[in-house]
Design a protein. Structure first.
Length: 182
């Protein structure tokens, strides 16, 4: 009987030890691989933390437009890649766009906040207040078009930039990549 109690106590101690060591791992998001297949991926690091857009239901929070607005004033090619990550306490947005610019494969564009160039911004929305961090002309930033497949409508590239808000606080966007279908 004494031996049964010792075995039972040892078994219970082992169970307690085993379950006390179990901690639920919270998986950190990973950047998507740099692909050129039209995989509809987008990701970057915001001040060193991984940003991968989600719509609040686990699906990608990614929308793409690449359209020709026609010839003449106000026309040209318009690219818009808004990536939104919905979280319970805030929403983060990163937007890459061009205005009146036909992108070309293998080309690097300096991000500038003027018509005819590539542009970018980062924004945070907390409790209804919006803090914008546009890429200013004095900040560094670039967009590289790795693949531009007009027939299969695939656009892939990389980007990085510094955005600065109205009080001079900066956000550093690094290791940006996208692989989209338009």
């Amino acid at each position: 009987m004494k031996q049964l109690k010792t075995i039972t106590a040892s078994f219970l101690a082992l169970l307690l030890f085993t379950f006390s060591q179990c901690k639920k791992k919270i998986e950190e998001p990973q950047l998507p691989p740099e692909t050129t297949t039209g995989a509809m991926t987008f990701g970057c690091k915001v001040n060193g933390k991984v940003f991968v857009p989600k719509d609040g239901n686990g699906r990608p929070g990614l929308y793409v437009q690449y359209v020709n607005l026609g010839p003449g004033p106000g026309g040209g090619w318009y690219l818009n890649i808004p990536a939104i990550n919905y979280k319970s306490d805030k929403r983060e947005n990163i937007n890459i766009s061009t205005d009146s610019l036909l992108v070309q494969e293998g080309t690097t564009y300096m991000l500038k906040k003027i018509k005819g160039n590539a542009q970018a911004f980062y924004a945070e929305v907390n409790s209804g207040s919006v803090i914008m961090y546009p890429k200013l002309n004095t900040d560094s930033g670039s967009l590289y078009i790795r693949k531009f497949d007009v027939i299969n409508r695939i656009l892939s590239g990389t980007f990085s930039f510094i955005g600065t808000n109205s009080v001079g606080q900066a956000v550093n966007i690094t290791e940006g990549r996208f692989d989209i279908r338009y």
